[in-house]
Ligand binder design. Structure first.
Ligand SMILES: *[C@@H]1O[C@H](CO)[C@@H](O)[C@H](O)[C@H]1NC(C)=O
Ligand SMILES: *[C@@H]1O[C@H](CO)[C@@H](O)[C@H](O)[C@H]1NC(C)=O
Ligand SMILES: *[C@@H]1O[C@H](CO)[C@@H](O)[C@H](O)[C@H]1NC(C)=O
Ligand SMILES: *[C@@H]1O[C@H](CO)[C@@H](O)[C@H](O)[C@H]1NC(C)=O
Length: 198
């Protein structure tokens, strides 16, 4: 199990590296705001997304996308990949928090809920890797549907604790994964619809 976990993580690292490379090799797209600096693109994207949804956190969007240097030289397609990397990172981190709680016998957390969350977030990591594949092939609708499934998974994890009247130890993680996924999802929707006018 441990071995599997480690090799899976190195697979993820390799995969992200590969994505980064593919991204560098992607010809600069006419659609992109060629003359727009990356800051303006990030600002505009986060603004557009938060105008479209009440749940969307503009500040979270701005600070997470700016954190990554790659996004300083990107277009909307590139930004989608950056957002997916962030979502994948967040989900992987959450999975290790869940595994840590499962290992701690004295944490007093309901085991059944934690096992469900373990499964949901493990599936989430795999689903996001698949979503990156779909994204790289330009299948934005498909990629978006997978991201939505991951967001539903975070909800299901939280509901598990609520159903047994326990305080979830993962609420903050849920928020972060949910928001990261929402950024990626919104960018994919933009790519799928009105990217030309963006
Ligand atoms: C971000 O963009 C909005 C318009 O979309 C603009 O009003 C605002 O000043 C910009 N923020 C910064 C910090 O440039
Ligand atoms: C939005 O995200 C920021 C930065 O992560 C956080 O400080 C803030 O509390 C969030 N806003 C809400 C309404 O949760
Ligand atoms: C296990 O959980 C308990 C209770 O929440 C906590 O005090 C302790 O620090 C945890 N131990 C580890 C190794 O995380
Ligand atoms: C999970 O986080 C998102 C934050 O965007 C929030 O909308 C949702 O209500 C949270 N779910 C639960 C069950 O707390």
């Amino acid at each position: 199990m441990r071995h599997w976990h480690v090799s899976f993580l190195s697979f993820c690292c390799f995969f992200m590296f590969l994505c980064f490379f593919l991204f560098l090799l992607t010809p600069y797209d006419e659609i992109s705001a060629t003359r727009t600096s990356s800051f303006d693109l990030i600002n505009k994207t986060c603004k557009t997304c938060s105008d479209r949804s009440v749940v969307f956190n503009f500040t979270f969007c701005l600070s997470s996308l700016q954190e990554i240097p790659v996004s300083h030289m990107t277009n909307l397609q590139g930004l989608a990949i950056v957002a997916m990397e962030l979502a994948l990172q967040d989900t992987t981190r959450t999975l290790s928090v869940v595994k840590g709680l499962l290992r701690n016998e004295t944490s007093g957390r309901p085991l059944a809920c934690l096992r469900d969350c373990d499964m949901l977030y493990s599936d989430g990591v795999v689903t996001l890797v698949d979503s990156v594949g779909a994204l790289l092939e330009g299948r934005y609708g498909d990629a978006g549907a997978r991201v939505t499934a991951v967001m539903e998974g975070t909800e299901t994890c939280e509901e598990g604790f609520r159903d047994v009247d326990e305080v979830s130890p993962l609420t903050e993680r849920n928020y972060s994964v949910f928001q990261s996924c929402d950024i990626a999802l919104c960018i994919m929707n933009l790519l799928n619809s009105d990217a030309l006018s963006f």
